[in-house]
Write a protein that binds this ligand. Structure first.
Ligand SMILES: NC(=O)c1ccc[n+]([C@@H]2O[C@H](COP(=O)([O-])OP(=O)(O)OC[C@H]3O[C@@H](n4cnc5c(N)ncnc54)[C@H](O)[C@@H]3O)[C@@H](O)[C@H]2O)c1
Ligand SMILES: [Zn+2]
Ligand SMILES: [Zn+2]
Length: 348
């Protein structure tokens, strides 16, 4: 089959590799019809996250048709269309039962093989899905595949972010970063009743999307975010901040825009060794800080409902739907945050 594979820093290949086969009786094989490129794929791409084996198939956002079924699989039949969360789930362990499916004791991240151990990703014609009964979710009939795909990661991640930040009705919320995750976080905050959402980025086309998604867009390179947030919050600062970048600068920006007692939800994947805030700053301003991988499997049923309801708006953030053969070039444009590029959906 054809796949996008990791070769090293800023080096990917579109190449032929062997088809995956069933390894376990609980596996299914999916013929991928939609696979997303996520900001998280950029961390190994740029070498910020290390350890990914050369030859690993990239990508953890996947939707497609069940074409092979292990003997113990009960909930899926050939021809079913399923969407997966970005990690696999057993549904039985302590963490799955308590809703922290991101930390399933048997869970694996799609597209991460390290020292030969792990799971290939979804930017390929076929992908093996372990623990299929408790990992895969059936796609509602007729729902646009590119939009349904987003339930397995960024629609869920945005809902998680608004919850983690504790967004409540009438809150003023800051979203730092208007990539696909930040854009959907704007919606998730408004869904929770936020009075105003101020969204920061410097990519003009992404700021325009932020406006479409209901935020006050702020170009943090040319505008005074601090003044704008203060003006929106009676001079106090934002109640909550959702950081959707994954850099120390973004952490600092989010914290500086918060009021005393405000809460910061870090959705960005961070690879630096220390938090960009000191314990003293947190103490002196009574800040709350939380972060972590989204428990996508837990949020997916609700995320799919949002996908169905908001299909037109959500599809606006998909800037490109491209064949797998154009995946390597698509990574370059997405990684460079070229104007006009936001979510990329590959259609193998
Ligand atoms: N927690 C989770 O489970 C989870 C799930 C999905 C993605 N993520 C992470 O969320 C982050 C965003 O993902 P994405 O797909 O939207 O990525 P992206 O790279 O497309 O978006 C990041 C955006 O932030 C902007 N930005 C960069 N520095 C900034 C700054 N200092 N202030 C304001 N904006 C800034 C960029 O211009 C870009 O538009 C990534 O770190 C990704 O790994 C986490
Ligand atoms: Zn992701
Ligand atoms: Zn589990």
């Amino acid at each position: 089959m054809k796949a996008i594979t990791f070769k090293g820093i800023q080096s990917l290949a579109y190449e032929d590799i062997p088809d995956p086969g069933l390894l376990d009786s609980t596996d299914v094989i999916i013929r991928v019809t939609a696979a997303g490129i996520c900001g998280s794929d950029l961390h190994p791409y740029f070498g910020r996250e290390q350890g990914l084996d050369c030859g690993t198939v990239m990508g953890h956002e996947l939707l497609g048709e069940v074409v092979e079924i292990g003997s113990a699989v009960q909930r899926f039949s050939l021809g079913d269309i399923g969407v997966a969360p970005f990690t696999t789930n057993c549904s039985n362990c302590f963490f799955c039962r308590s809703g922290l499916t991101a930390r399933c004791e048997a869970g694996q991240l799609f597209g991460w093989i390290e020292n030969g151990v792990g799971l290939h990703g979804a930017q390929a014609e076929f992908v093996r899905v372990p623990m299929a009964d408790s990992t895969l979710v059936v796609v509602p009939d007729g729902l646009d595949e590119g939009v349904a795909l987003l339930a397995g990661d960024i629609l869920s991640t945005a809902a998680f972010g608004a919850e983690l930040a504790g967004v409540q009705a009438e809150d003023v919320v800051v979203v730092v970063g208007c990539g696909p995750v930040g854009l959907l976080s704007i919606r998730a905050a408004l869904e929770k009743g936020a009075r105003k959402v101020v969204a920061l980025d410097s990519v003009v086309s992404r700021l325009e999307l932020a406006r479409r998604f209901g935020a006050i867009p702020v170009n943090f390179k040319t505008e005074e975010a601090f003044e704008i947030v203060m003006a929106c919050s009676e001079g106090r600062g934002a109640d909550c901040a959702i950081e959707a970048v994954g850099s120390p600068e973004a952490t600092r920006t989010a914290a500086e825009l918060l009021r005393f007692g405000g809460s910061l939800a870090a959705l960005g994947v961070h690879t630096e060794s220390h938090l960009a805030l000191s314990p003293g700053e947190i103490y002196d301003r009574n800040l709350h800080y939380a972060g972590g991988r989204c428990s996508a499997r837990y949020y997916m049923p609700a995320a799919l409902k949002i996908a169905e309801r908001d299909v037109a708006l959500v599809s606006e953030l998909i800037s490109h739907r491209l064949p797998l053969s154009q995946g390597v070039e698509a990574y370059r444009s997405f990684a460079a945050r070229e104007e006009g590029w936001s979510k990329v959906v590959l259609t193998p």
